[in-house]
Design a protein around this ligand. Sequence first.
Ligand code: DHB
Length: 391
Amino acid sequence: MPNALLRMVVAVGGLAVSGAAFADDNVINLGMILPMTGPSASTGKQEQAGAMLYMQQHGDVVAGKKIVLIVKDDTGAPDVTKRIAEELIGNDKAKALLGFGLTPLALAVAPVATEAKVPEIVTAAGTAMITEKSPFIARTSFTLPQAAQPMAEWALKNNIKKVVTVVTDYGPGVDAEKWFSEPFTKGGGQVVEKIRVPLKNPDFAPFLQRVKDDAPDAVFVFVPSGFGAAFMKQFVDRGLDKSGVKLIGTGDVTDDDLLPQMGEAALGAITTHHYSAAHDSPENKTFVADFEKANDGMRPNFMAVGAYDGMALIYHALEATKGSTDGEALIAAMKGAKWISPRGPVSIDPDTRDIVQNIYVRKVDKVDGKLFNVEFDKVEAVKDPFKAAGN
Ligand code: DHB
């Protein structure tokens, strides 16, 4: 379907979809809740584009039912996310919810999903315990333990002995800090300082000065998608790019959306993550080309892929239930689902409803003059280690 047509069925802020459409038994409404404004607006933009591209490529009819995607802006405020979720289920009869740009936003909807028995597909947030907050949650993004642990293993094997961690101070940052530090220390490495930076209005400068004073071999970083460019700028302003301190982290800091503008300072950064726009597969080449074409050249990041796969999972479940929208049947159909994503092979762990996926080790490098996260190693079929450890 041409993108212009698709846009007509997508309503941002609840502007467009008419009430009459919902009475039709052959229409299935899906509610997508995203921060379209505020500091995580880039997540909203990427996620919406990812979901729309899936519909553009696969059509808007599944098991004989017409799919309508209703996109709403929660401005990144959890009370708004929750209220919108209730309205989407109560008024619009949405049969699944997806999106949620940050952990607190995904958590705010968990009790709503449980109460209404409506699947909540977490396509962006990454704190490990989110899926434990409702039996109706499944996740197509990633978990920070999944991405951080392989970074510790790479650092240990590559002569990095002394590290300072810098993370944003909320769920995913705390997970990243723990799941990097514990295996790194166990393997003989030393974490000399653990720094946590506020999520709201972060100023990295004083923290980066402390990193410089500590003179570690590397700084391990987690900042949420959209914050990486500010971090990099202050990294350079403090002279850390020339100090010999290596930049390592989960791939959120070298997010594909911002990476092209980060400049030479990002060159050589090593990160572990589940998606790079440079991933070398036929599925990804098509995904990137179609995404750029539909979005004025915007490069897709891991948020776009999370949403694209969130739609893939919902389409898969609706096909399996032959169009039944019973929430319990849908979530049952999601357990064990397997497909080839632009990121590589993925599946939904039937026990945890979390995604199982490859984690790639990448280095920021120039490809045709542009910065990319170039994959050079991988750990295959990684389950969330937090739950694998019995949590
Ligand atoms: C979360 C948000 C992000 O933007 C990200 O890159 C990773 C995790 C979160 O809030 O869970």
